[in-house]
Design a protein around this ligand. Structure first.
Ligand SMILES: [Zn+2]
Length: 432
């Protein structure tokens, strides 16, 4: 049905005139993207001059020639990859500060507005989905943002969200850094017993958590905890996993120190976050159980570069300097044991750094294709979004990203995203 033929145009008009309005709207949305190169992230194969046909918010077909009648978006000078997925985001983070008292001086509405702005950063860098890896606010602004995006009230990547940081008192997720003679903060996320964990996990689920976030060990960015030690007990983590899985939710564990990583894996968590001091035994356990790793390499490196300039606490800085030496060997072990790895940013600096984990993964030992898979097909699988996302295939969301050059030869081109489509809608137009 070529529009160049007047008779077929007339026929097309009469067909359109006889179909209901809603069907007209979706058929009128059909268009094609002409990709100079299109990467199949599953196989690593590259298709030249691919035409990706889109109907509504989904990919309809992929062909080698322009479909008649569809309007074509010309991306012939670019490589098209699937929409990217960041599996370790903190969408309420303020990129301008790392002061330990920041949370205490920021209201949930202020953090929510910051979140709306942050979501545009991820989108502009090609991320069409993020997993929020937990937040400090007891009122869960991340769920409001997730639902706002899903309803089309605000623009942003699709959001899968963890709830609070389930943490022991004085642990990595204890946001109350005030001295003992000051009034205590209300902290519904702290859990010092197995029953406490039960309550905190159920509270997260009650208010809408897709994931449960456990603080298995201390961390780096806070001034008080010790990243080398296990915090939540084996029994606490086992209970969290039991309660979450029974409710159909998955569990992610912040785990830096060796002992805490293994305890979290043994408890049955679905993903280990950071895994900065992963040893051979831990890697072996993760391989046997199919536990995911989200290594967040770049954030540790970048936080050293920014130093104390954003008001970071010197105690936190000292921890950052000490732990960064561990990440290279640990990541090598993860690769040696062929762990399932997904891309995660975890940076309070959610600006240019959202794309720089690609380079860190390749410097750490991954091939460019593996790094691309971590941010697409692997992330989609970890988040149970693989029926809808992760590859460019008919039936999946039309989430497409254009980059100049060839990311399989030079992964840093992923830092120069030129054009982004989410669900068939261009959310970042090409600037010529
Ligand atoms: Zn994090």
């Amino acid at each position: 049905m070529s529009p160049k033929n007047p008779l077929s145009l007339l026929l097309a008009f009469s067909v359109i005139a006889s179909i209901p309005l809603c069907a007209q709207t979706s058929s009128s949305k059909e268009l094609a993207v002409h990709a100079g190169r299109m990467i199949d992230v599953g196989s690593g194969e590259v298709m030249k001059d691919a035409y990706i046909v889109i109907a509504g918010d989904r990919i309809k077909s992929i062909g080698a020639s322009a479909p008649a009648g569809d309007s074509v978006i010309d991306m012939s000078k670019y490589t098209i990859v699937p929409g990217l997925i960041d599996c370790h985001a903190h969408i309420l983070s303020d990129p301008t500060t790392q002061t330990p008292g920041h949370y205490l001086m920021t209201s949930a509405p202020q953090a929510t507005v910051r979140g709306v702005a942050n979501l545009q950063i991820w989108l502009a860098h090609g991320f069409t989905a993020v997993r929020d890896a937990g937040e400090e606010y007891p009122s869960y602004p991340q769920f409001a943002l997730r639902d706002g995006v899903a309803k089309g009230l605000i623009t942003g990547p699709r959001i899968v969200a963890a709830g609070s940081f389930v943490s022991v008192t004085g642990g990595h997720g204890d946001g109350d850094i005030l001295s003992p003679d000051k009034p205590s903060l209300e902290q519904p996320n702290t859990a010092d017993t197995v029953d406490d964990v039960n309550r905190v996990v159920r509270r997260d689920i009650k208010y809408g958590a897709d994931w449960i976030k456990l603080m298995a060990t201390g961390g780096v960015m806070d001034p008080i905890s010790d990243y080398r030690v296990q915090e939540l007990s084996d029994a606490q983590m086992a209970r969290a996993v039991e309660v979450a899985h029974r409710a159909g939710r998955k569990v992610m564990a912040h785990a830096e120190g060796t002992v805490g990583i293994k305890a979290a894996v043994r408890a049955g968590v679905d993903s280990i976050e950071h895994g900065t001091m992963l040893d051979d035994e831990g890697a072996q356990m993760m391989a046997e159980r199919g536990t995911w790793l989200v290594p967040t390499l770049y954030c540790f490196q970048h936080d050293l570069e920014t130093g104390l300039s954003k008001g970071r606490d010197p105690r936190s800085m000292a921890k950052g300097i000490a732990i960064v030496k561990e990440q290279g060997p640990a990541f090598q072990r993860a690769l040696k044991y062929h762990l399932k790895i997904a891309y995660g940013v975890d940076d309070a600096d959610v600006d240019e750094s959202v794309s720089k984990e690609f380079g860190a993964l390749v410097r750490g030992g991954m091939t460019p294709l593996q790094a691309l898979q971590a941010a697409t097909i692997n992330g989609a699988t970890l988040l149970s979004l693989d029926k809808d996302m992760g590859t460019i295939e008919p039936g999946k969301y039309a989430d497409l990203v254009a980059v100049p050059g060839d990311p399989l030869a030079d992964i840093t081109v992923m830092e120069h995203v030129a054009w982004v489509m989410k669900g068939g809608v261009v959310v970042k137009p090409l600037v010529q």
